[in-house]
Write a protein that binds this ligand. Sequence first.
Ligand code: PHE
Length: 358
Amino acid sequence: MYCALIQSKNKMKNNSLIQQLNKIEEDAAKSIESVNSLEELKQFKVKFLARKSEFTAILRSLKDLSKDDRKEVGQKTNEIKQKINESVKLLEKNIKSNSLGDEIDITAPGVKIEEGHLHLTTQAIREIKRIFERIGFYTVKYPEVEWDWYAFGALNFPSDHPARDEWETFFIDKEDVDPKYKKRILTPHTSAGQVREMETGRMPIRMMNISKCPRRQLDVSHVLIHYQFEGLVIDKDITIVHLKGVLDYFVKEFFGPKRKVRIRPYHFRFTEPSFEIDVSCGSCNGKGCRLCKEGWLEIGGAGMVHPKVLENGGIDPEVYSGFAFGWGVERNKIMQEGINIKDIRIIYQNDIRFLKQF
Ligand code: PHE
């Protein structure tokens, strides 16, 4: 009798626990509907599952129940806990993807997107091309793997001339593969385009040849592959005055209106007379400073096309004359910026901190 009484008392307790749990489940389902933010979600979790919650109190009382009741009530608590946790997880995901209000301060300044730009060599090539196109030059492209003939032979270098070493050339062939064209090489200078241009039969010639020039030189003032640009003008009655005029024009356009040009006698195999070209120093305006040699900076070579070279290109030197000039793009660009670079190789090391400045 006593036993039966206790049992029925326990049964009642069990029933009321189940009722209590149902109520919790109902409340939770209702209350989660009004949760709109991560903060509210946190409070919701605390209210229903935390240590001091009604739910945890029921869990604690499980130990006082009979084995069977414990099983029943225990199952119900597990069910509720799982349901609540699942809806919390789902809602958390939704809140995070839908309302960014909690995560992002919309009044904060935006993150700047890094913008790239053309490499300084490309910038310079385009600028040089535009400058010459404005006075009637057209741009050509000739092979980067070239015959010895166009790079040296046709330009008046005798086959045993030591000047070939001076160019520090990369050779593709070990031996001559043709009696006239000789070996294949990597174009060491844009002057290789001169005779190729003459052979096209285009006349008058106003060529701008911009190309990669690999040379066997690598040190603080040389990169293995540098770019050169070469101008070639051939027509009737072309004189040094025209050459000087074109150089003046280029220097003022590229370096600035105050800059001056000076031509000094020099020697190249393929021009006669030949010159070295200087530009007045932009730092001291030609007065002389640490950057320059007594007010002048050397930029490159030039000269009147040698009659023999015209002949090699099939042009009659008695009728036509011309001039040529050419030098390195990278050095030109560095001089335009007026900066002093200790090691020119930095241009191609892809160091963003350096490249960003141009
Ligand atoms: N090609 C010569 C060099 O690489 C420069 C040059 C070009 C000289 C045209 C005269 C005429 O140094």
